[in-house]
Ligand binder design. Structure first.
Ligand code: NAD
Length: 248
């Protein structure tokens, strides 16, 4: 097993990609802290009961990643339950589409808060423990939209580009303490976030992907396992493209 007995916190892991990441880490021997919003408590609890069925130690920790006090309390609770946090996956994210010239500050702030301020708050909260342990793996879920201009993604792409900056600075500031930080830039994945698009729009998008299909969440989750493993100790500050050939 690549990640035996490491404790992983995956934000927004009640469903979608976060859930797939939780299972991929669990399959390699990790213990799981499943975070999500209170709004998504039912799905978070289902994820935990499914993880326990495969023999994984797992607990739900409800918190809104945009709220520093909630995140700090969650980290204290995880430390009380599991004694350490070895792996943080900043996965929680939301999307709002809109052209910049018709832009709306409320949407900008909403997306910025969850996708960029959230990872900053969570990273800041786990780093002191990781630095004390001289070990850590932080994985930030960025996006293809941070790697090339996609019309209509102004809010989202700006946050996901910012996340690459946060990744590189976290990496350089903490490498000497045995902590790595890498970003994944996935293309379009088969989760609720994509399935909300009208079928016609979805098909037009798929037509642009050389693979001819959306990614399965597990295909992205397996790459998280790679960078979260003990063996990936020399890899930090990287941005890994996983997009079915969309951006080469
Ligand atoms: P999703 O909507 O299925 O899941 C997002 C999860 O985040 C949900 O469980 C939601 O409740 C949780 N969440 C939202 N706001 C939160 C908050 N403030 N605090 C805690 N949890 C919160 O979407 P997904 O596709 O699984 O997205 C996961 C990540 O992958 C996101 O960061 C997204 O931007 C990124 N991503 C998705 C795609 C895609 O095509 N689906 C592509 C590239 C990157």
């Amino acid at each position: 097993m690549k990640i035996k007995d490491r404790v992983a916190l995956v934000t927004g892991s009640g469903q979608g990609l976060g859930k797939a990441i939780a299972f991929a880490l669990a399959n390699e021997g990790a213990k799981l802290a499943i975070n999500d919003l209170s709004l998504n408590e039912v799905k978070a609890r289902e994820t935990v009961s499914e993880l326990r069925k495969i023999g994984t130690e797992a607990e739900v920790f409800l918190a809104d990643v945009t709220q520093e006090s909630e995140v700090n309390k969650m980290v204290e609770e995880i430390l009380a339950r599991f004694s350490r946090i070895d792996i943080l996956v900043n996965n929680a994210g939301i999307n709002r589409d809109g052209l910049i010239h018709k832009g709306n500050l409320q949407n900008w702030n909403a997306v910025m808060n969850v996708n960029l301020t959230g990872p900053f708050i969570c990273t800041k909260a786990v780093l002191p423990g990781m630095r004390q342990n001289n070990y850590g793996r932080i994985v930030n879920i960025s996006s293809l939209t941070a790697r090339l201009g996609v019309s209509g993604t102004g809010y989202y792409a700006s946050t996901k580009s910012g996340l690459i900056g946060l990744t590189k600075v976290t990496a350089v500031e903490n490498m000497a303490k045995g902590i790595t930080c890498n970003a994944l830039a996935p293309g379009y994945i088969k989760t609720d976030m994509m399935m909300r698009y009208p079928e016609e729009q979805l098909q037009a998008l798929i037509a642009k992907i050389p693979a001819g299909r959306l990614a399965e969440p597990a295909e992205i989750a397996d790459v998280v396992v790679f960078v979260a493993a003990d063996s990936a100790a020399y890899m930090t500050g990287a941005v890994i493209d996983i997009n079915g050939g969309y951006f080469i």
